[in-house]
Design a binder for this molecule. Structure first.
Ligand code: ADP
Ligand code: MG
Length: 152
């Protein structure tokens, strides 16, 4: 099938439209650096592993949920965004650092929510799905993939 897909890109500034305030910060990846395999994925929510390659950060490989799309709850824009919410508590921001990802599965298509609460609730569900899926042996094994060891 389509997975795994490997990619790495710089963390750029998003719209600053409150992902963090919602308790769900998303590291926005520079779409120009991303390979076609990522940009061509159907809009929606995915899961996988991520490593933030920043000086002074722990460099661990963490679970993530990734949204590809144009945030229809917030805008009518058709500019694509690729955003990764990492299931890890970081002490600091890491803008301008490189995030390396391996995408392993699709959770759901992008949809427009009637309220912020509905969106946040659904993301909570997405996170549960990501967490449990990544515990499966084959998908868990990607946490120690060579792709991540190259940096460690
Ligand atoms: P922006 O609109 O600039 O993307 P966000 O509110 O989405 O702002 O916050 C994203 C930023 O928060 C990331 O670029 C990163 O530097 C930082 N951050 C801290 N913890 C996390 C995390 N667990 N997952 C993703 N980003 C995080
Ligand atoms: Mg963001």
């Amino acid at each position: 099938g389509d997975f795994p897909v490997y990619a790495s890109a710089k963390v750029v500034t998003g719209f600053g439209r409150g992902s963090k305030q919602m308790g769900i910060p998303t590291a926005n990846l520079n779409p120009e650096e991303l390979p076609k395999e990522i940009r061509d994925l159907p809009k929606g929510v995915y899961f996988g592993w991520v490593q933030v390659r920043a000086e002074g950060l722990d460099g661990g490989v963490c679970k993530m949920v990734m949204n590809i799309g144009n945030r229809p709850t917030f805008t009518d824009s058709d500019a694509i965004t690729v955003e990764v919410h990492i299931l890890h508590e970081y002490e600091t921001d890491f803008y301008d650092q490189v995030a390396a990802i391996v995408v392993l599965g699709f959770i759901r298509p992008e949809m427009k929510f009637g309220s912020l609460d509905a969106l946040v609730e659904r993301i909570g569900e997405d996170i549960k799905i990501a967490k449990s899926s990544l515990e499966e042996e084959v998908l868990k094994s990607y946490q120690t993939d060579r792709f991540f060891r190259m940096y460690r």
